[in-house]
Design a protein around this ligand. Structure first.
Ligand SMILES: CC(C)(COP(=O)(O)OP(=O)(O)OC[C@H]1O[C@@H](n2cnc3c(N)ncnc32)[C@H](O)[C@@H]1OP(=O)(O)O)[C@@H](O)C(=O)NCCC(=O)NCCS
Length: 248
């Protein structure tokens, strides 16, 4: 992170039950103005190129607050303004094993590529977790998660761990959009399907956000890291699926 941004950022963590209406309002506004735009594949009334939102506090509640005691919000503020946030939900996917799933992650387009997402995902949730997971069309979100849990670069991501745990984790999730996605299926060579389109590890979430910016980010990421993106190509309406065990 650049010095000038670093000294202005304040990070904090809030349990779901303590998230105020004001925080929800601000997060919904940040999402609406910064998340992304619809892809060319959407049909009316959605319009390609228009913002995917508006997000509302009520929608945030229904998507991210299935159980407030198992929900966490990490915030990054500059002054009093929220410039980045992450929602996470924790659940038990196997006896004695919890997963912490990043259900939403957004950083203001003004402050990207300064490690804010990585730092938002770094605090350990107050419930012990065996693994962390994310479904995202943006390689930066996946890279932020793996860096936050200490796997950097992504070449060390254990694809076998994803293959062996994904179905169980998704079958037990209380998160509505993941439950719906699970029934549509895991996609890519790792799961023995859709090999021809170059996919390795993704999930069909039916979320048709435009992939142009994430594609450009992926190209930069591959050049900087001098390696191929390990999760393969991303088809429309899909998101990369990444699950990483906590390093002990
Ligand atoms: C994805 C997003 C959260 C990343 O936030 P950020 O604060 O810029 O991320 P960071 O600076 O912590 O970067 C994390 C990693 O991704 C890389 N990265 C992030 N954005 C990148 C870009 N546009 N191009 C190339 N690399 C990028 C960083 O270099 C870093 O890599 P490293 O861990 O190997 O060093 C932000 O771009 C965003 O809000 N996008 C729109 C919403 C979205 O797609 N959210 C994810 C859905 S869950």
């Amino acid at each position: 992170m650049s010095e000038s941004t670093l000294w202005r950022c304040t990070f904090s963590g809030v349990r779901g039950s303590q998230v105020s209406q004001e925080m929800l309002d601000e997060c919904a506004q940040l999402f609406s103005a910064n998340y992304g735009v619809w892809s060319p594949d959407v049909s009316a009334p959605l319009k390609p190129g228009e913002f995917t939102a508006p997000m509302t506090p009520a929608k945030l509640r229904s998507e991210c607050f299935t159980d407030p005691d198992a929900t966490f919000l990490a915030l990054c503020r500059i002054g009093s303004d929220i410039v980045g946030y992450a929602f996470a939900t924790v659940w038990e996917y196997e006896v004695g094993k919890n997963i912490c799933w990043i259900t939403q992650l957004v950083v203001s387009s003004q402050y990207r590529r300064q490690n804010i997402a990585t730092l938002l995902l770094t605090p350990v949730p107050p419930i012990p977790c065996h693994a962390f997971g994310i479904a995202s069309s943006h390689p930066g979100a996946v890279a932020a998660l793996t860096s936050a849990v200490g796997i950097c670069p992504l070449r060390k991501v254990d694809l076998n761990f994803i293959r062996d745990t994904a179905s169980r984790i998704l079958a037990t999730t209380p998160v509505p959009y993941l439950r719906a996605a699970q029934s549509r299926g895991l996609r890519g060579a790792l799961f023995g399907n859709n090999k021809a389109d170059g996919g390795v590890c993704s999930i069909f979430t039916d979320f048709f956000v435009d992939h142009e910016e994430p594609r450009a980010a992926l190209e930069i990421w591959e050049n900087v890291q001098d390696m191929k993106w390990p999760l393969g190509k991303l088809a429309a309406g899909h998101e990369y699926l990444c699950i990483v065990p906590v390093q002990t």
